[in-house]
Design a binder for this molecule. Sequence first.
Ligand SMILES: [Zn+2]
Length: 312
Amino acid sequence: MSSSESRHDFILPFQIEGAGVRGRVVRLDSVVDHIVRRHAYPASVSRLLSESITLTALLGNTLKFDGVFSLQTRGDGPVRLMAADFTTDGTVRGYAGIDPERAEELQDSAAGPEADISELLGDGSLAFTVDQGAHTERYQGIVSLDGATLADCAESYFRTSEQLPTRIKLGVSPGTKGNGRPPLPWRATGIMIQQVAGSGGTAGQPEPEEEPGEVWNRASILFDSLSFDELVDPTLTPEAVLYRLYHEDGVRVFEAHDVKFGCRCSRERIASVIKTFSPEEIDEITVHGHIEATCEFCSTTYVLDPSEARKS
Ligand SMILES: [Zn+2]
């Protein structure tokens, strides 16, 4: 087993031997810390955004082709929108759109691990989009936000829309501001297991003696035994957690993939969005002869000349 002890932001794929169950562990330290501190949202929002980014990396890493996997929530709560995406080279980004008139409803405490998402997001939907480039069709799956947590909503999506038994846990430990001591970073961990259809035995190995359903049920019960504290404990490596859960069946860990923060915005992309506006709308956003547009994901501000934004 390769050790992930000294790694910080990574995805570790694994497989439970002979059982047709695959999974991922995602651990994000400096990446979520960077994103969360850049935005300075109330802590309750930072926690949920960290979960979203972690979930996006967990699910995006299962794509078989190059592309972008995005997650977006839209709801009638004080957080109107949350967006996170994962590019298959391992780049993540994310932001939250807060209703300015309801910002005071948001607590500047990260609340407990069991905080209900409905207080922040209200009623709405969670959408997953897979975009594999200009010559392929975009794929989108949508589920309503009626689970208590983002992980519940994602599990329900896989159960109902994909008929793919899936378990997901997400854990965030909030960062601190320091107050004389070195500040602790925001950290997030996610783990998922998924029953992979038709992959019972591998070549050269005997067929498994158990029904795939039984193996899955056991894997799922063991998954439930993983506590929140174990999940977010920075001194426990993912290998140690996986060994604790699945050593009886045997667990194989594959090479880890690095994850980094990155934004795909550019002057050209911003200009192409503004080009879809009407001349009246462009006049409206032109101040002192120029247009200022800020990328929600990374807070970079672009200053454009209105002529750049008019349809050519
Ligand atoms: Zn950007």
